[in-house]
Design a protein around this ligand. Structure first.
Ligand code: PLP
Length: 367
């Protein structure tokens, strides 16, 4: 079957392989059958093994977009203590909104959305709470700008302070190597449709099993999104408590197989090569980007809008869309930007073609 290939340069859902797309075409099956339980067991274990050992970590699956996993993590994990949330972009801000909605005691630590976090300032704030802080939450890769937070150093700070770290790794998981034990991450949230290169519809939390068992007696604030209950139910028979998105799970299984084959290290190299191709092209077109090179994820680039009278974002979007490239607007108020992601099943040749199309757009004749 011929499927039109679109190059998605938006920050997820990302371009997928045809084999992932076609894996969704399966005989109808009741998800309560053992045969389907085996699919979910494979998925849960496969997702865990990309970031930790099965002896120490487990993956809890939910039907839902990525925010569901972040919400499940925050609303289930934090008990009576205080959560410090690093806000250096829209997704850090969203974690604050979640904490507020569930009436969780939290402190918002605001930080620049283009520069590294000031760790000593953060440490001081944690210490000043006189032992009340029990958890720290951070976005690994702020999709808002393409800023990569140094979670290894943050994990070390958490180790020293005796608190647990919750990481929203939505747009970094499977695109950047992560070792939960080495980085001291207790909980990590992600979804099926970004660097793992599956379809949208599954969100998941990879959790340290010991930490998860410790939240068993937390007073529940939630029902569908209860992390411990979902885990407890799942390990008995590899079933979700509520109806799962069946076909999306088959696609995710295939995406995991393809990720295992490519390896996350090689995928990361492919992504970086695409980004380097993009940055060279931007240089040639005299375009600049927002995030400092030392904190740039090389998965998403926020490009400063050109001061070219022929430039208009909506126009440019349509011009590129007609040529098979989907781009995305910026998401910060302090600068006029648009964003180019280089995640998904694309490579540097797609970036070369994109740069050519962008150049044509910026140099086109207008009347
Ligand atoms: C870092 C981060 N967190 C959370 C989300 C929310 O995911 P969703 O839109 O799938 O709910 C996104 C989406 O792009 C993200 O990039």
């Amino acid at each position: 079957m011929e499927i039109k290939r679109n190059v998605l340069l938006n920050p997820g859902p990302a371009t997928t392989t045809d084999t992932v797309k076609l894996a969704q075409v399966v005989p109808d099956i009741c998800p309560r059958e053992e045969e389907f339980g085996a699919v979910m067991e494979f998925i849960s274990k496969g997702l865990t093994e990309f970031v930790g050992s099965l002896q120490e970590y487990t993956t809890v699956l939910f039907g839902g977009s990525g925010t569901a996993a972040v919400e499940a993590m925050i609303s289930s994990v934090v008990g009576e203590g205080t959560l410090v949330i690093i806000n250096n972009g829209a997704y850090g801000k969203r974690m604050c909104e979640i904490a507020e909605a569930y009436d969780i005691s939290f402190i918002e630590f605001k930080s620049s959305n283009v520069e590294a976090i000031n760790l000593s300032k953060l440490e001081e704030i944690i210490k000043n709470q006189g032992g009340k802080v029990t958890h720290l939450a951070v976005v690994h890769h702020e999709t808002t700008t393409g800023l990569l937070n140094d979670i290894k150093s943050l994990g070390e700070l958490c180790r020293q302070q005796g608190i647990e770290m919750l990481v929203d790794a939505m747009s970094s998981y499977a695109g950047i190597p992560i070792d939960m034990k080495d980085m001291n991450i207790s909980y990590l949230a992600s979804s099926s449709n970004k660097c793992i290169q599956g379809m949208a519809g599954i969100s998941f939390v990879v959790a340290n099993i010991r930490s998860l068992i410790n939240i068993k007696n937390n007073k529940p604030r939630n029902l569908y999104l209860n992390l411990y209950k979902q885990y407890e139910y799942f390990i008995k028979n590899y079933q979700m408590r509520f109806t799962p998105p069946v076909q999306v799970l088959y696609a995710l299984k295939q995406a995991i197989v393809e990720t295992q084959k490519e390896t996350i290290e090689e995928r990361h190299k492919r992504y970086v090569k695409s980004c380097d191709t993009l940055l060279e092209g931007l240089d040639r077109l005299n375009l600049t980007y927002l995030v400092k090179p030392e904190c740039h994820s090389k998965l998403i680039t926020s490009i400063i809008e050109p001061e070219n009278p022929k430039y208009n974002f909506d126009d440019m979007h349509d011009y590129l869309y007609d040529r098979g490239f989907t781009i995305y607007p910026g998401k910060i108020s302090s600068a006029n930007t648009f964003r180019i992601a280089n995640i998904g099943q694309i490579d540097y040749k797609d970036m070369e073609n994109f740069i050519k199309a962008l150049e044509e757009y910026l140099n086109r004749k207008t009347c």
